[in-house]
Design a protein around this ligand. Structure first.
Ligand code: ATP
Ligand code: MG
Length: 181
């Protein structure tokens, strides 16, 4: 019995993550998905709450037919203790899958088996790129599983991302505003 852990921020959950998880599912009996930086939301680089990300992942993986545990993981800002923190929050696991060099290093040093999945269509399948497309009002829907499109629409995520990416108008200049006084 192999229980595997996959960790990401999933801002948002996209087709690259989806592809990797289906690969992992062929090698593991149960899956744990750890949502990193769980405390973050409403920031341009981290627009969605942990709960919203749980919803995206759970809906997208409804058809997986394997036990799935989606666990939010808050940052503790202490790398040397982070693996223990993750282990305290997740069901016991036998191996971890990650492409993040720090995550790989920390789990390797803790003596845990680490697998490094290959990047899949990284030119388009990246959270940063997808958030950018949403902010610029370009097409993004094809890069995430359809249930994720529905969740982002349900929570009005498009309006949120665009609002978070607007500046506060400071640079319109003091003189211009005094003209109207
Ligand atoms: P961001 O640009 O916001 O960092 P991201 O696309 O890198 O988003 P993360 O949530 O940071 O997504 O990554 C979670 C995990 O998914 C990491 O291990 C990362 O290497 C992996 N990953 C991200 N994009 C892909 C992809 N296109 N193919 C395979 N793995 C991916
Ligand atoms: Mg990343």
């Amino acid at each position: 019995m192999i229980r595997a852990l996959y960790i990401g921020r999933f801002q948002p959950y996209h087709n690259g993550h989806h592809y990797v998880i289906h690969q992992i599912a062929q090698e593991a009996d149960e899956l744990i998905i750890g949502i990193g930086s769980a405390q973050m939301s409403h920031e341009p680089t981290d627009p969605f709450t942990a709960g919203e990300r749980v919803l995206m992942i759970t809906h997208a993986l409804q058809g997986l037919h394997k036990p799935l545990y989606v666990i939010p993981l808050e940052d503790i800002n202490r790398n040397a203790l982070w693996v223990s923190h993750v282990r305290a929050m997740t069901p016991p696991f036998h191996r971890i899958y990650s492409g993040n060099p720090l995550v790989i290093r920390l789990f390797h040093e803790a003596g845990i088996e680490v697998h490094r999945p290959l990047m899949y269509e990284r030119a388009t399948l990246s959270g940063t790129k997808i958030r950018d497309l949403i902010a610029r009002e370009e097409r993004w829907e094809e890069y995430v599983p359809p249930p994720v499109v529905r969740v982002i629409q349900e929570i009005d995520g498009i309006t949120r991302i665009r609002a978070l990416n607007q500046d506060d108008g400071d640079d319109t200049g003091f003189e211009e505003t005094t003209d109207h006084v």
